[in-house]
Each structure stands twice: as structure tokens, then as C-alpha cells.
Design a binder for this molecule. Structure first.
Ligand SMILES: NC(=O)c1ccc[n+]([C@@H]2O[C@H](COP(=O)([O-])OP(=O)(O)OC[C@H]3O[C@@H](n4cnc5c(N)ncnc54)[C@H](O)[C@@H]3O)[C@@H](O)[C@H]2O)c1
Length: 322
């Protein structure tokens, strides 16, 4: 089948494209390379360097190629960046999503193309029920999280008004080979790997006391969900599905595991808790199991080791806004 992947050159985009090509699909990638261009292109993908807010160009692309599914990953996925630069975050993240929806509509592909939208667990904003089901109230704590929640609502609106086949996947903290350090806006795992394997002059730090926990979702599981959502024979009605592993690990546990895997000390500067940080995340994945046959792997130590080995061997360049 033919698919368009936006954000094709990013961490999740590249891994998703690689899997889709392996499965024999035709893949068209769209990315403005705002996060950098140092990643190796995936063989077999037809790339276009374009911004997803260019809805007229997207409309022409969709009309010419008639993809069966669009996996919309393009975004600037940095929580603290969005707190400092709310408008710069909203433009790609929200305007970009409305632009993709609009381009599907205006290319006459409603009824023919499915949209798989990359949402985020950050929409919950600190849930009091763990594991958290999709029905839990959402209280986004950052402009980034708000753009993701609004993106889901726009998807629902396009389903209601025009009958678009669309599903939103709320990814929890994704990690694995291909993850990259994002400078001041980096999440902890790539930042700590950057110190261990790329640049020992970088000062790694811990915000808060480290007891905060995260549902770390290995990249292969996110790819599995993206592919299942794109390939499913039954249409979607703007469902929202959690994509995590259903288990949580503390940052202290992550720190200890990385010291053990690398055989090195990882000295952390202690900092106050981050603005808009949430204490705990853990996905209830029963809906994804039912709707997508989602069956994530769950070997945190082995998955961390694979990630660390990849980092050590590749020593990846920081993402664009580092
Ligand atoms: N990585 C995670 O832990 C995580 C968790 C929840 C949700 N998500 C979501 O998954 C998606 C992919 O995340 P990722 O980790 O691969 O991020 P990434 O930064 O590695 O990749 C995003 C890609 O989108 C591209 N891009 C940004 N703005 C664009 C625009 N206006 N037009 C075209 N391309 C643009 C960037 O150049 C980059 O290649 C994002 O929507 C993100 O919000 C990620």
C-alpha cells in the first residue's frame, strides 16, 4: 500500500519508514528538516523537503499520489521549548495538523485515505489514575501538550463533519535506537547518553528528586502501533489510543541502569523540578490491545542496552535546535 509519513526524518519517522519499506509498502516522506538533516535516509523512501503547514503543496501531493494512509508525525516535540516559545511550537504542531487534515479534505481523499495522528501522553497532564485509561480527563500542562490535545479534537471534528477515517495515538515516552540529544530541550535519556558516549564536557542533570516515573515505550512498539493503525482493514472513527508499555520506571532506576550498562559513573547536577513536569505516567493499553492487536515487548533493561549500544556506535549529532 502507498503511505505518506510526515516527520519522516525524525526518530519515530525513520524507524516507521524503515519498517514500512521492509513490509513492502511504498513510502513518501515529508519533512522540513528543521530538526536537522544528519540522519541517514531510509532506502526506498521518496523524500520531499517541505513544511506541513504548506497545505496547498500537500493537497497536490495527496491528489497525485493518493496514499491509503498518512502517518502524521511532523512536530516540534519539546515540552520546555513550547513553554519558552509557545507560538513557535503551536505553528508546526497545531497549524501543521490542521493543514494535513485540510489537505486530505481538499484533495478529495476522504473515504480513501486514513490519517494516523501522533498525539502524546502529555495531554493527561498528571493523571491521578495509574495506569491511565483514555477516558481520563486531560489537563495539558504545556503549550506542546495543548497542541496535541487540540490536534486530537481537530481530528474528531474532521471525522464528525466530513467522515474522515482517523485515529490518534497517544505515545508515552518513546526511546530506542535513533533517539537524539536535543540540547537544552532534551529529554533525560538521550541527554544522559550524550554525556556517556558523545561529549563528556556536557553536564548531565536531574530535575526534581528522580522519583518521578515514566512509561518508557520502546521504539519498536510505537512502530508496531503505527503500522497496525495504518494497515487495519476496519475504518477508525476518531478513536484515541494509548501507546505505551503499561509499566513505569523511575528516573533513579534509569540512572542506575545506565551506569550499569555503560560501566561508567553518570554524575548528575541536581536541579529544581521542571515547570510543567508531571510526576508519573503509565499507560492503560487495553484499548490498543483490542483495537490494534497491540502487543508490546517489555524488557526494559534489554531495550535500554540496545539503545545505549546504538548511541555508543553511532555517536549521533544533536537534533537541529540543540
Ligand atoms: N519521542 C517521543 O517520546 C514522543 C512522545 C509522544 C509523542 N511524540 C510525537 O511523535 C511525533 C514524532 O516525534 P519524534 O520523537 O520522532 O520527533 P523528532 O523531532 O525526532 O521528529 C520530528 C520530525 O518532524 C520534522 N518537522 C518538524 N516540524 C515540521 C514541519 N513543520 N513540517 C515538516 N516536518 C517537520 C522534524 O524535522 C523532524 O524530522 C511528534 O509528533 C511527537 O510530538 C513523540
Amino acid at each position: 500500500m502507498k503511505l505518506v509519513v510526515t516527520g519522516s526524518n525524525g526518530f519515530i519517522g525513520q524507524n516507521t519508514c524503515r519498517r514500512l519499506i521492509d513490509l513492502g509498502h511504498q513510502v513518501i516522506g515529508v519533512d522540513d528538516l528543521s530538526e536537522g538533516s544528519s540522519r541517514r535516509p531510509v532506502d526506498g523512501v521518496r523524500y520531499h523537503v517541505r513544511c506541513v503547514t504548506d497545505t496547498e503543496w500537500l493537497r497536490r501531493l495527496f491528489r497525485e499520489t493518493r496514499p491509503a494512509a498518512v502517518i502524521h508525525l511532523a512536530a516540534v516535540p519539546r515540552v520546555s521549548y513550547s513553554v519558552q516559545e509557545p507560538l513557535r511550537s503551536a505553528t508546526p504542531n497545531l497549524t501543521g495538523t490542521i493543514s494535513v487534515l485540510n489537505a486530505i479534505l481538499k484533495s478529495g481523499l476522504v473515504g480513501e485515505s486514513r490519517l494516523v495522528f501522533a498525539s502524546s501522553s502529555s495531554v493527561y497532564g498528571g493523571a491521578d489514575t495509574l495506569p491511565t485509561p483514555e477516558t481520563h480527563p486531560c489537563h495539558p500542562q504545556s503549550p506542546y501538550a495543548l497542541t496535541k490535545l487540540q490536534g486530537e479534537q481537530w481530528c474528531r471534528m474532521f471525522h464528525r463533519l466530513y467522515g474522515l477515517d482517523v485515529v490518534s495515538l497517544r505515545y508515552f515516552n518513546v526511546f530506542g535506537p535513533g533517539t537524539r540529544f536535543g540540547g537544552a530541550y532534551s529529554t533525560v535519556l538521550p541527554a544522559w547518553l550524550h554525556y556517556l558516549y558523545v561529549d563528556s564536557s556536557y553536564q548531565p542533570y536531574l530535575e526534581g528528586d528522580g522519583t518521578q516515573t515514566r512509561d518508557f515505550c520502546f521504539i519498536d512498539n510505537v512502530v508496531q502501533a503505527n503500522v497496525a493503525a495504518a494497515e487495519r482493514t476496519d475504518g477508525f472513527s476518531a478513536e484515541v489510543l494509548n501507546i505505551g508499555q503499561g509499566q513505569a520506571h523511575s528516573l533513579l532506576e534509569l540512572h542506575q541502569a545506565l551506569e550499569q550498562i555503560s560501566g561508567r559513573k553518570l554524575p548528575l547536577e541536581r536541579r529544581p523540578p521542571r515547570t510543567a513536569d508531571v510526576a508519573h505516567t503509565q499507560a492503560d493499553i487495553s484499548q490498543a490491545r483490542a483495537e490494534l492487536d497491540f502487543n508490546p515487548t517489555n524488557d526494559f533493561h534489554a531495550e535500554l542496552t540496545r539503545t545505549a549500544v546504538w548511541y555508543r556506535e553511532r555517536r549521533p549529532a544533536p537534533a537541529g535546535n540543540a
